[in-house]
Design a binder for this molecule. Structure first.
Ligand code: CJB
Length: 837
């Protein structure tokens, strides 16, 4: 039984005791010690939050111990290291995850219990670390978990934003943004390294000097800011390895504005010092568009400069010859955001180490790899004007990289200037700018897409010209998520059930073992337990919904969830239109037919970028529709609509396990991968989705009978867009399906109020206006069919449960462990380096 496996796992983990012991008594002693000496409360009187703080510090001590051992071991064995550079990490909470990865969950629970506390309640006290926007940032977090678990000698580098992603408050159905004061109550999961600091320079001029008879460029910077390291230990599961996520914070440099001090302008110089800190102050909340903001550029360079100084220092401690760099260092660019690294490494090697341009370039091209996360062509650009002022030497270097690249291209493809213009790293035109993606592609040895479909689009559209030149660079590493976070932490009931029926917990390190669940597909007891687990999770979610929104929902209803950032391409609007259509159908039904209807709770959640008007209107529409439907006594439990505010990692941990059905509605060809779909899959929630991004591979894995696929396929989307445009004039309302037209009219005519406000939203799908770029009109029919198929399947609970089991059984491929192993072997060329017990 389960007890046995747990006991075996615990024996394995107890071998990992260090100086600090992990039995309940020792843990309890340490908790009380921290209550008194860290939290400074009396051991006879402390509350849940203080218990959380004390436990967190107790766990932190153990993390530090392992983290130390791991780094000493890496130092001794000098493996090739991976440096994962990302401006965003969505770590969420750390307590449960750490306790599970350390293998001390039961011991901690027992220690707390005897003190009169409950682990679950204590864990709820923790706030989220939300230093990222959405999928890209959460992917980084899952990948860190996998890197640690698989014993890879890796470091994560990022920024320690004082304010993470904004908190979403809903007032009258409108989104408001409030700052995320996540550090206000201290952060036990980080270690401040006051002695690990670097100077980061900005502005100034470039001068040419003579050095050993040669002309050499020197950058004379104008401003200096200090970067201070904050280390966040990342424990692996079932290993002693605990790797580091090093986040930088900006502090005023002691050298800052000495001049002003000396001239006696004391007050002003102190006030000016505050400016330095603004660099790492706040995360930019619009994912996927960071164009032309100086502060954002400053953040990027601050991050890049501090990280690379740290990396080079470590390299130089162990090696003397830069020829060894490619054998010892892999630098990974998580999207284009850290691409300035390329120019910075060149500057370090050429200006500071005097390696000579060609030698430096040769080395640089061997150390970088790049993953792009988007389907759009028009990527990140930095205006030359900004660079010229902020980083003058880097601009020169970028020009030189581009000059050499274009010279090489002329030799390869001839003087085809229109092609050369497309390849160029520098974009000419009204606003001259640096194309970060082109830079990253030219310099990286590998360019990764995040799903097969994404890679295909990169090759044939987005980076077609580059693919022609460097076919071998382009690879696919389909995304994955960590089963530790998305099953073990968030769904303990399912974890126990899986372990019991597989007879092992080994799937927590080897997700492919989940396929073994298929052996029990027809077992009635297994079915019964499976349904119980879902029921309990639905209860948890229902309580949360009632607490957040006051809406009481029936557990017999199908819990239908769409949670993700709000974007037009993700088509939350299609979901809302579907809900309105469902409402219309219910209103027109007689009593008899109504009895056969599957009740639904439609749950939507997600944040809109503060400046994204249409996305904000979608949120308001969702609330307006909910208000109407939820208050219609004629409808009752047959249909409820709920908007979950402030969707974040910890809300996801609650919502995903409680979902029966989840929606992934992006117009095919727009979602590079999607990772939410994988989390729902792992939690036995059925998918209703377009054949986009990684969903295509989910279909491959579980078969199209086990989810509800709808909508235009990628190759059909272009044709339909063309067709749609040819319908433009004269307007042809007859081409719009009747149901769609009716729903649209209701919104437009004010059935849900606020018709003026919703006008521009409606126009996005209307001909002659937004022209329905994302094809809601043409996908609506097949969307409703897929919804009907889901209703039908839900009636047959046996069939539904089978589909649910097959979803989990087929989710192994979507573990980030698989992704990371693939990256390690084929892109980074790093090997596991397991710290001995
Ligand atoms: N992604 O979250 C973001 N932000 C961006 O700026 C660009 C892309 C997402 O990255 C995820 C991880 O690769 C993908 O699964 C998702 O499709 C993509 O939108």
């Amino acid at each position: 039984g389960l007890g046995e496996h747990r006991a075996k796992a615990e024996r394995m983990f107890s071998l990992m005791d260090g100086f600090l012991k992990n039995d309940p008594i020792s843990l309890q002693k340490d908790i009380l010690h921290h209550v008194e000496y860290t939290v400074a409360r009396s051991r006879f009187s402390f509350d849940d939050f203080e218990a959380y703080q004390a436990l967190a510090h107790t766990v932190r001590d153990r993390l530090i111990e392992r983290w130390h051992d791991t780094h000493i071991y890496f130092k001794r064995t000098k493996p090739k290291r991976l440096y994962f550079l990302s401006l965003e990490f969505l770590m969420g909470r750390s307590l449960s995850n750490s306790v599970i990865n350390l293998g001390i969950e039961d011991q901690c629970a027992e220690a707390l219990n005897q003190l009169g506390f409950e682990f679950e309640v204590v864990a709820e006290q923790e706030g989220d670390a939300a230093l990222g926007n959405g999928g890209l940032a959460r992917l980084s977090a899952c990948q860190m978990d996998s890197l640690a678990t698989l014993d890879y000698p890796a470091w994560g580098y990022g920024l320690r934003y004082e304010y993470g992603l904004f908190r979403q408050i809903i007032v009258d159905g409108f989104q408001h943004e409030k700052p995320d004061y996540w550090l206000n109550f201290g952060n036990p999961w980080e270690i401040e390294r006051i002695h690990v600091t670097y100077e980061v320079k900005f502005y100034g001029t470039v001068e040419e000097v003579e050095m050993n008879g040669e002309k050499q460029k020197v950058w004379i910077p104008g401003e200096t800011v200090e970067a201070v390291a904050y280390d966040n230990p990342i424990p692996g599961y079932g290993t002693r390895n605990t790797i580091n996520l090093r986040l930088w914070a900006a502090k005023p440099s002691s050298k800052f504005d000495l001049e002003a001090y000396n001239t006696g302008d004391y007050i002003n110089s102190v006030v000016n010092r505050q400016n330095a800190e603004t660099i790492s102050n706040v995360l930019y909340p619009d994912d996927r568009s960071h164009q032309g903001k100086e502060l954002r550029l400053k953040q990027q360079y601050f991050f890049v400069s501090a990280s690379l100084q740290d990396i080079m220092r470590r390299f130089k401690e162990e090696h003397t010859n830069f020829d060894e760099l490619p054998e010892k260092v892999a630098l990974h660019l998580n999207d284009t955001h850290p691409s300035l690294s390329i120019a910075e490494v060149m500057r370090m090697l050429v200006d500071e180490e005097h390696l000579g341009w060609h030698k430096a370039w040769d080395i640089v091209c061997k150390i970088f790899s790049f993953t792009t996360h988007t389907m759009v062509t028009d990527g990140e650009k930095i205006p030359v004007e900004l660079l010229e002022n902020l980083l003058p030497r880097h601009l020169e270097i970028l020009y030189e990289i581009n000059f050499n690249f274009l010279e090489e291209m002329k030799k390869r493809i001839g003087l085809d200037y229109s092609r050369l213009a497309l390849l160029s790293i520098v974009e000419e035109g009204a606003m001259k700018s640096i194309r970060m993606a082109n830079l990253a592609i030219v310099c990286s040895h590998t360019v990764n897409g995040v799903s097969k479909l994404h890679l295909e689009k990169l090759k044939t559209k987005t980076f077609k010209d580059f693919y022609g030149l460097y076919p071998e660079k382009f690879q696919c590493k389909t995304n994955g998520v960590s089963q530790r976070r998305w099953i073990v932490v968030s769904n303990p009931g399912l974890r126990d059930l899986i372990s019991k029926w597989l007879g092992t917990e080994a799937w927590i390190r080897d997700a492919d073992l989940l396929s073994g669940l298929r052996d029990h597909l027809d077992n009635a007891d297994f079915h019964l337990e499976w349904k119980m687990v879902k029921k309990v999770n639905k209860m948890r979610l229902a309580e949360y919904i009632e607490a957040m929104s006051g809406v009481k929902v029936s557990l017999d209803a199908m819990f239908d969830v769409q949670v993700k950032r709000i974007h037009e391409y993700k088509r939350q609007l299609l979901n809302i239109f579907g809900i309105i259509h469902r409402y219309n159908c219910l209103k027109n039904m007689d009593k008899d037919s109504r009895r056969k209807v599957v009740p639904r709770v439609c749950i939507i959640g997600g944040k809109a970028a503060p400046g994204y008007e249409i996305a904000k209107k979608i949120i308001k529409l969702c609330h307006a529709v909910a208000e109407k439907i939820n208050n219609d006594t004629d409808i009752g439990d047959l249909l409820k609509v709920v908007f979950i505010p402030d969707y974040n990692v910890s809300v996801a941990e609650l919502v995903i396990p409680g979902a029966d059905l989840s929606q992934h509605l992006s117009t095919a060809g727009n979602e590079a991968s999607g990772t939410g779909n994988m989390k729902f899959l792992m939690n036995g929630c059925l998918l209703l989705a377009t054949a986009d991004g990684s969903t295509v591979e989910i279909i491959e894995e579980i078969g199209e009978d086990n989810l509800f696929v709808f909508g235009a396929k990628v190759h059909e989307v272009e044709k339909r867009r063309q067709k749609r445009l040819s319908n433009l004039a004269p307007l042809q309302p007859a081409k719009v399906p009747l149901h769609f037209a009716r729903v649209l009219r209701m919104v437009r005519d004010g059935y849900f109020g606020h018709n003026d406000y919703f006008k521009s939203l409606c126009e996005t799908v209307e001909f002659g206006f937004g022209n329905d770029y994302y094809l809601l009109t043409s996908d609506f029919g097949s969307y409703l069919e897929a919804q009907a198929a889901a209703d039908k399947a839900f009636v047959n609970q046996d069939k539904w449960t089978r589909m649910s089991i097959l979803s989990v059984a087929g989710s192994g491929r979507f573990s980030s462990d698989r992704t990371i192993q693939d990256y390690a072997e084929s892109t980074w060329k790093i090997s596991p380096c397991r710290c001995p017990l």
